[in-house]
Design a protein around this ligand. Sequence first.
Ligand code: PLP
Length: 448
Amino acid sequence: MKTLQNQDSEIFEILKGEEDRQLKGMTLIPSENHTSKAVLEALTSVLSDKYAEGYPGRRYYAGNEYADKLETLVQERAKALFGVPYANVQPYSGSPANLVILSALLEPGESLMGLNLLDGGHLTHGWKFSMTSKFWKSVPYHMTVDGAIDMEEVRRLALEEKPKIIICGGTAIPRAIPFAEFAEIADEVGAYLLADVSHIAGLIAGGAHESPVPYVHLVMTTTHKTLRGPRGAMIMVTEKGLAKDEDLPTKIDKALIPGLQGGPHLNTIAGIGVALNEDSEPSFKEYANKVVENAKTLAEELKNKGFKLVSDGTDNHLILIDLIPTGVGRGVFFHEGLERIGIYTNKNTVPGDPSSPFYPSGLRIGTPAVTTRGMGEVEMKLIAEWIAKFAEHIKDIKLPDDKDTRKQVIKDFRASLKNDSFYDEMRAEVEEMCVKFAVPGSIPPVFG
Ligand SMILES: Cc1ncc(COP(=O)(O)O)c(C=O)c1O
């Protein structure tokens, strides 16, 4: 990175800082991961310079012989890995991919069903402030207080509303998604069924989670989470989807371009291709299973230390700690306090959360990134210990209802993060462990 260092030291220093942050801390955010060096090399290639609007063999620009080869190869890899007859690898990311699907299948005002955001859905599954609920009628379903998808409600709402599409999948679901049950309901009301497997796609590819492919018509996944690729997304149509509507691939292709996007990001598509190839290796199966094993170990350890977990555990890569028994709305203290010691998580609502989304009562953690770095049982136990030690340290800090008092309490807490030596000591302990587990893209360190 000498060229960058010499030419633009400001950007270089920022990138160096981020490399250092990733190495000395640990990412427990379940939607994040670390890509391989090969993926990063593909991402920074000259493909970034090329326009390729259109699809292989029918582009609006000249000079696309390699772009055509690349996109066709990556489509084939996606189809082979997931066992589907069609894959579009051009979506810029998961949110536009969901918009593409909805705009391909729904006329304005028609209805969609998705898991409510505050229960673990995604913004693009019809959240009230998302475009997906402005253009279409959103009919959200919910989780039960035990942290299971309320399938009785899904069935009742589907029969009442006859939605054009039902979306299953989300951002904070610690248990396996009941694809077969969803399929029964969607088939009964004649709806398209979309599995948004952004979080669990790597587990599916590695055989550590059931595949939705036999049950659903469409699958959408981001490529940067458990799949360990660059930021991007893919839309796939299944055999069942083709049987319901043989025009689905054409509808998706057209909704993407000219419907929503312009030139595909070829460098990203190359990175996705590299990742998909890695995901088909036997070692990736081991990785996917280890992600789940680590999550289960961490969940058990947290429970042993007295934490309450939504659904009492996990089937996948994700754990949702319900902090309500320690006080409502305390997610913010855990999010910021753990960040201070180099443990990156995120505050999250829990099903039936009495607090606001800005001050939610849960903490969402996951094992994809730490597993990529090679951490295992010993480290999971240590992580649970650190979280418990931190929780004990802040046990008397509660979130007041009154706005002004709340502001002061948060201000005091933030000041304590700077002044209390407890945090320096904890951070040193965390760092000592983390630096033993290299981040794959930074072996050797790129920015020194
Ligand atoms: C289930 C699900 N769908 C869609 C998205 C949107 O992806 P992106 O952030 O790439 O737009 C996410 C990202 O968090 C997600 O978890």
